[in-house]
Design a protein. Structure first.
Length: 259
Protein backbone atom coordinates (compact mmCIF):
# COMPACT_ATOMS: atom_id res chain seq x y z
CA UNK A 1 0.00 0.00 0.00
CA UNK A 2 2.78 2.42 0.89
CA UNK A 3 4.56 1.92 -2.42
CA UNK A 4 1.30 2.27 -4.36
CA UNK A 5 0.62 5.54 -2.53
CA UNK A 6 4.09 6.82 -3.44
CA UNK A 7 3.51 6.01 -7.08
CA UNK A 8 0.20 7.90 -6.99
CA UNK A 9 1.99 10.93 -5.54
CA UNK A 10 4.60 10.76 -8.30
CA UNK A 11 1.86 10.61 -10.93
CA UNK A 12 0.26 13.71 -9.41
CA UNK A 13 3.60 15.50 -9.39
CA UNK A 14 4.15 14.60 -13.02
CA UNK A 15 0.75 16.04 -13.93
CA UNK A 16 1.24 19.15 -11.82
CA UNK A 17 4.64 19.96 -13.32
CA UNK A 18 3.78 19.08 -16.88
CA UNK A 19 6.17 16.13 -16.80
CA UNK A 20 5.27 12.57 -17.67
CA UNK A 21 6.03 9.74 -15.27
CA UNK A 22 7.39 6.67 -17.01
CA UNK A 23 6.80 8.20 -20.43
CA UNK A 24 8.76 5.97 -22.74
CA UNK A 25 8.70 8.47 -25.60
CA UNK A 26 10.71 10.97 -23.55
CA UNK A 27 12.92 8.67 -21.53
CA UNK A 28 16.37 7.66 -22.80
CA UNK A 29 16.87 4.02 -23.72
CA UNK A 30 18.99 3.20 -20.66
CA UNK A 31 16.29 4.46 -18.30
CA UNK A 32 13.53 2.54 -20.06
CA UNK A 33 15.75 -0.56 -19.87
CA UNK A 34 16.37 0.03 -16.15
CA UNK A 35 12.63 0.25 -15.50
CA UNK A 36 12.02 -2.95 -17.47
CA UNK A 37 14.81 -4.76 -15.62
CA UNK A 38 13.29 -3.69 -12.29
CA UNK A 39 9.83 -4.87 -13.34
CA UNK A 40 11.33 -8.22 -14.39
CA UNK A 41 13.15 -8.32 -11.00
CA UNK A 42 16.68 -8.23 -12.38
CA UNK A 43 16.85 -5.17 -10.10
CA UNK A 44 14.95 -4.56 -6.86
CA UNK A 45 12.32 -1.85 -6.53
CA UNK A 46 10.70 0.40 -9.11
CA UNK A 47 11.77 3.48 -11.05
CA UNK A 48 9.86 6.60 -12.04
CA UNK A 49 10.74 9.98 -13.49
CA UNK A 50 9.42 13.38 -14.45
CA UNK A 51 10.68 16.36 -16.40
CA UNK A 52 13.42 14.60 -18.36
CA UNK A 53 13.33 17.35 -20.99
CA UNK A 54 13.45 20.12 -18.39
CA UNK A 55 16.41 21.81 -16.74
CA UNK A 56 15.74 19.87 -13.52
CA UNK A 57 14.92 16.26 -14.42
CA UNK A 58 14.10 13.98 -11.50
CA UNK A 59 14.48 10.21 -11.25
CA UNK A 60 13.09 8.19 -8.33
CA UNK A 61 14.15 4.69 -7.40
CA UNK A 62 11.58 3.20 -5.03
CA UNK A 63 13.52 0.67 -2.99
CA UNK A 64 11.77 -2.32 -1.39
CA UNK A 65 11.33 -2.68 2.34
CA UNK A 66 14.51 -3.79 4.03
CA UNK A 67 16.89 -2.30 1.47
CA UNK A 68 20.03 -1.16 3.34
CA UNK A 69 21.03 2.50 3.03
CA UNK A 70 24.42 1.40 1.70
CA UNK A 71 22.60 -0.27 -1.20
CA UNK A 72 20.23 2.62 -1.79
CA UNK A 73 23.15 5.01 -2.44
CA UNK A 74 23.86 2.88 -5.53
CA UNK A 75 20.58 3.99 -7.17
CA UNK A 76 20.88 3.33 -10.94
CA UNK A 77 20.56 6.98 -11.98
CA UNK A 78 22.88 6.89 -15.00
CA UNK A 79 23.83 4.51 -17.83
CA UNK A 80 27.15 3.90 -16.05
CA UNK A 81 25.57 2.55 -12.86
CA UNK A 82 27.26 -0.66 -11.65
CA UNK A 83 23.84 -2.04 -10.64
CA UNK A 84 22.55 -1.45 -14.18
CA UNK A 85 25.74 -2.97 -15.62
CA UNK A 86 25.20 -6.05 -13.49
CA UNK A 87 21.54 -6.46 -14.39
CA UNK A 88 22.36 -6.11 -18.09
CA UNK A 89 25.17 -8.66 -17.74
CA UNK A 90 22.87 -11.17 -16.08
CA UNK A 91 20.13 -10.59 -18.64
CA UNK A 92 22.67 -11.15 -21.45
CA UNK A 93 23.94 -14.32 -19.77
CA UNK A 94 20.40 -15.68 -19.42
CA UNK A 95 19.60 -14.95 -23.07
CA UNK A 96 22.95 -16.04 -24.53
CA UNK A 97 23.79 -12.56 -25.81
CA UNK A 98 27.40 -11.44 -26.47
CA UNK A 99 27.85 -8.91 -23.70
CA UNK A 100 30.17 -8.12 -20.82
CA UNK A 101 30.67 -4.91 -18.87
CA UNK A 102 34.38 -5.85 -18.89
CA UNK A 103 34.61 -5.81 -22.70
CA UNK A 104 34.69 -3.14 -25.37
CA UNK A 105 31.07 -3.99 -26.26
CA UNK A 106 29.84 -1.35 -23.84
CA UNK A 107 31.56 1.42 -25.79
CA UNK A 108 29.82 0.43 -29.03
CA UNK A 109 26.60 2.43 -28.94
CA UNK A 110 24.87 0.15 -31.46
CA UNK A 111 25.60 -2.93 -29.33
CA UNK A 112 24.38 -1.14 -26.24
CA UNK A 113 21.08 -0.17 -27.85
CA UNK A 114 20.58 -3.67 -29.25
CA UNK A 115 20.85 -4.95 -25.69
CA UNK A 116 18.40 -2.32 -24.43
CA UNK A 117 15.98 -3.36 -27.20
CA UNK A 118 16.28 -7.02 -26.17
CA UNK A 119 15.48 -6.08 -22.55
CA UNK A 120 12.38 -4.13 -23.60
CA UNK A 121 11.22 -6.99 -25.85
CA UNK A 122 11.63 -9.51 -23.01
CA UNK A 123 9.62 -7.24 -20.74
CA UNK A 124 6.81 -6.99 -23.30
CA UNK A 125 6.73 -10.79 -23.44
CA UNK A 126 6.28 -11.01 -19.67
CA UNK A 127 9.64 -12.56 -18.84
CA UNK A 128 11.18 -12.53 -15.37
CA UNK A 129 14.62 -13.00 -13.85
CA UNK A 130 15.42 -16.69 -13.21
CA UNK A 131 17.27 -15.98 -9.93
CA UNK A 132 16.71 -13.41 -7.17
CA UNK A 133 18.69 -10.20 -7.10
CA UNK A 134 21.52 -10.43 -4.58
CA UNK A 135 24.06 -7.86 -3.44
CA UNK A 136 27.44 -8.64 -1.89
CA UNK A 137 28.72 -6.18 0.71
CA UNK A 138 32.34 -6.41 1.90
CA UNK A 139 33.48 -4.34 4.89
CA UNK A 140 37.18 -3.76 5.50
CA UNK A 141 36.63 -2.97 9.15
CA UNK A 142 37.73 -4.86 12.24
CA UNK A 143 36.98 -7.64 11.66
CA UNK A 144 36.60 -7.77 7.90
CA UNK A 145 33.28 -9.26 6.81
CA UNK A 146 31.24 -10.24 3.77
CA UNK A 147 27.43 -10.14 3.81
CA UNK A 148 24.81 -10.93 1.16
CA UNK A 149 21.42 -9.22 0.85
CA UNK A 150 18.72 -10.97 -1.21
CA UNK A 151 15.52 -9.53 -2.69
CA UNK A 152 12.25 -11.49 -2.63
CA UNK A 153 10.09 -10.28 -5.53
CA UNK A 154 6.96 -12.04 -4.25
CA UNK A 155 6.96 -10.14 -0.95
CA UNK A 156 8.76 -7.06 -2.32
CA UNK A 157 11.14 -7.24 0.61
CA UNK A 158 14.78 -8.04 1.11
CA UNK A 159 16.91 -9.37 3.93
CA UNK A 160 20.45 -10.37 4.81
CA UNK A 161 20.97 -14.07 4.10
CA UNK A 162 24.69 -14.54 4.73
CA UNK A 163 27.26 -13.07 7.12
CA UNK A 164 30.85 -14.28 7.24
CA UNK A 165 34.32 -13.22 8.22
CA UNK A 166 36.45 -12.48 5.17
CA UNK A 167 39.94 -11.41 4.14
CA UNK A 168 40.89 -8.62 1.74
CA UNK A 169 44.21 -7.53 0.22
CA UNK A 170 47.40 -6.72 2.07
CA UNK A 171 49.01 -3.25 1.76
CA UNK A 172 50.43 -2.90 -1.72
CA UNK A 173 47.76 -5.26 -3.10
CA UNK A 174 44.64 -3.81 -1.51
CA UNK A 175 41.10 -4.67 -2.47
CA UNK A 176 39.88 -1.28 -3.73
CA UNK A 177 36.71 0.36 -2.50
CA UNK A 178 33.85 0.56 -4.99
CA UNK A 179 31.11 -1.47 -6.66
CA UNK A 180 31.54 -3.85 -9.59
CA UNK A 181 29.51 -6.62 -11.23
CA UNK A 182 30.68 -10.23 -11.29
CA UNK A 183 32.00 -11.00 -14.79
CA UNK A 184 33.30 -14.58 -14.53
CA UNK A 185 32.69 -17.58 -12.24
CA UNK A 186 34.43 -20.91 -11.70
CA UNK A 187 33.71 -23.82 -9.42
CA UNK A 188 37.46 -24.40 -9.48
CA UNK A 189 40.33 -22.58 -11.19
CA UNK A 190 44.06 -21.94 -10.98
CA UNK A 191 45.29 -18.64 -9.50
CA UNK A 192 48.80 -17.27 -9.96
CA UNK A 193 50.51 -14.07 -8.87
CA UNK A 194 53.05 -12.46 -6.57
CA UNK A 195 52.57 -10.60 -3.29
CA UNK A 196 54.12 -7.11 -2.92
CA UNK A 197 56.89 -8.53 -0.70
CA UNK A 198 57.95 -10.85 -3.55
CA UNK A 199 56.44 -14.22 -2.60
CA UNK A 200 54.79 -15.80 -5.64
CA UNK A 201 52.13 -18.49 -5.81
CA UNK A 202 50.61 -20.91 -8.30
CA UNK A 203 47.51 -22.39 -6.66
CA UNK A 204 45.49 -25.00 -8.58
CA UNK A 205 41.94 -25.84 -7.64
CA UNK A 206 40.89 -22.58 -5.98
CA UNK A 207 37.18 -23.12 -5.36
CA UNK A 208 33.95 -21.11 -5.61
CA UNK A 209 35.46 -18.19 -7.53
CA UNK A 210 33.51 -15.05 -8.52
CA UNK A 211 35.64 -12.49 -10.40
CA UNK A 212 34.31 -8.94 -10.05
CA UNK A 213 37.08 -6.52 -11.04
CA UNK A 214 40.57 -6.67 -12.57
CA UNK A 215 41.42 -10.16 -11.36
CA UNK A 216 39.86 -9.61 -7.93
CA UNK A 217 37.43 -12.32 -6.89
CA UNK A 218 35.31 -13.54 -4.01
CA UNK A 219 36.46 -17.12 -3.39
CA UNK A 220 37.35 -19.81 -0.90
CA UNK A 221 40.88 -19.99 0.42
CA UNK A 222 42.06 -22.03 3.40
CA UNK A 223 43.41 -19.89 6.24
CA UNK A 224 43.99 -20.48 9.92
CA UNK A 225 41.80 -17.44 10.65
CA UNK A 226 39.68 -14.89 8.80
CA UNK A 227 38.71 -11.28 9.36
CA UNK A 228 41.83 -9.31 8.41
CA UNK A 229 44.04 -8.45 5.41
CA UNK A 230 45.77 -11.54 4.03
CA UNK A 231 45.04 -11.86 0.31
CA UNK A 232 46.70 -10.50 -2.82
CA UNK A 233 43.65 -8.34 -3.55
CA UNK A 234 40.85 -10.89 -3.53
CA UNK A 235 38.08 -11.38 -0.99
CA UNK A 236 38.69 -14.73 0.71
CA UNK A 237 36.03 -16.72 2.56
CA UNK A 238 35.90 -19.88 4.67
CA UNK A 239 34.73 -22.98 2.81
CA UNK A 240 31.07 -23.15 3.91
CA UNK A 241 30.49 -19.43 3.40
CA UNK A 242 32.21 -19.49 -0.01
CA UNK A 243 30.08 -22.42 -1.13
CA UNK A 244 26.88 -20.76 0.02
CA UNK A 245 27.84 -17.44 -1.55
CA UNK A 246 28.67 -19.13 -4.87
CA UNK A 247 25.23 -20.74 -4.92
CA UNK A 248 23.49 -17.36 -4.57
CA UNK A 249 25.73 -15.25 -6.80
CA UNK A 250 25.67 -15.19 -10.59
CA UNK A 251 27.09 -13.25 -13.53
CA UNK A 252 26.21 -9.59 -12.91
CA UNK A 253 25.93 -9.82 -9.10
CA UNK A 254 27.08 -6.45 -7.73
CA UNK A 255 29.93 -6.56 -5.21
CA UNK A 256 30.53 -3.51 -3.03
CA UNK A 257 33.78 -3.13 -1.10
CA UNK A 258 33.57 -0.49 1.63
CA UNK A 259 36.02 0.82 4.25
Amino acid sequence: MKRAWILMVLLWLASATGGILAATAQAPAWLRAARALAQMHYLPGQVGWIGLQSATPQIWWLWPSGAPSSLQVLTPDSPGSPLLFGALDFFAEVHGLPWSNQSSDWFDQDNRHRLYAAVLAAHRHGEGAPKPFVWVYVRKGTPETLSIWRYNAETDRGKWVLHSLSNTGVPGAITPNGTWAVYARFLSTRMTGCFPHGECYNDPGVRFVNYFWDGRAVHYFPRLAYGFRQSNGCVELPLKAAQKAFGMMHIGTPVTVAP
